[in-house]
Design a protein around this ligand. Sequence first.
Ligand SMILES: C[S@@+](CC[C@H](N)C(=O)[O-])C[C@H]1O[C@@H](n2cnc3c(N)ncnc32)[C@H](O)[C@@H]1O
Length: 175
Amino acid sequence: MNDLNTIYPKLKNKDINFNNLDGWAISVECYNWILDNIPEGETIVEFGSGSGTMELCRYHKVYPIEHQERFTRLAPKANYILADIVDGWYDPEVVFNNLPDEYSLIIVDGPPNLDQVKTRNNIEKYWDRLNTSVPIIMDDTHREDEYDFAIRTAELLGKDWVEYKGWQKNFIVIR
Ligand SMILES: C[S@@+](CC[C@H](N)C(=O)[O-])C[C@H]1O[C@@H](n2cnc3c(N)ncnc32)[C@H](O)[C@@H]1O
C-alpha cells in the first residue's frame, strides 16, 4: 500500500475532493486502490452510498444501492438503486432488477447496522446472484466483525484476500 505522501500528490493532480473520502465514506487508500486497479469508464456496484460515491463517479460508472433516499441525491452521475431494507438486507427484487449486466468491482459498505444487527453480512445470501469473478472490496475491516466476514467470504468463494491498512480505516480486497 502506498502511503499518503504518495497518494495525496497523485490524487491532487486528479482534482479529487478529499473531504468526500474517509469518515463514513471509503478511505483515500481504498479510492486509490480502485483508480489503480479498475480501468476508467468501467462499472462499479457499491452497496451503501455516501459522499465517497461522488468521487467514484469521476472516473467510473457507479451503481450505488442505497436504502436512505437522502443519500441518493449526492452524486448526479450515479445510477442510484433506492431499495428498502427487507429481511435484513436491500430488497432483492429491487436490487436484482436494476443491477447492470456487467460490472468490474463490488464494494460492500452497507447497509449500516440496524438495531445492532450486522446487516451488511446478509449479502452472503445473494452471492449466487452476483458476479463474484470480479474483485470484491470489503470495507471497514479494522472492525472485527467486518474482518471476520471478509475472511469467511474469501474462504466461501475460494478466493485470495489482501488487507490494506489506511491511516483511518482498513479494507480487504477479495479476488
Ligand atoms: C459506510 S456508509 C457508505 C459509504 C459509501 N460507500 C461512501 O463511500 O461514501 C453506509 C451507509 O451509511 C449511510 N451514510 C452514508 N454517509 C453517511 C453519513 N455521513 N452519516 C450517516 N450515515 C451515512 C448510508 O445509508 C450508507 O448506505
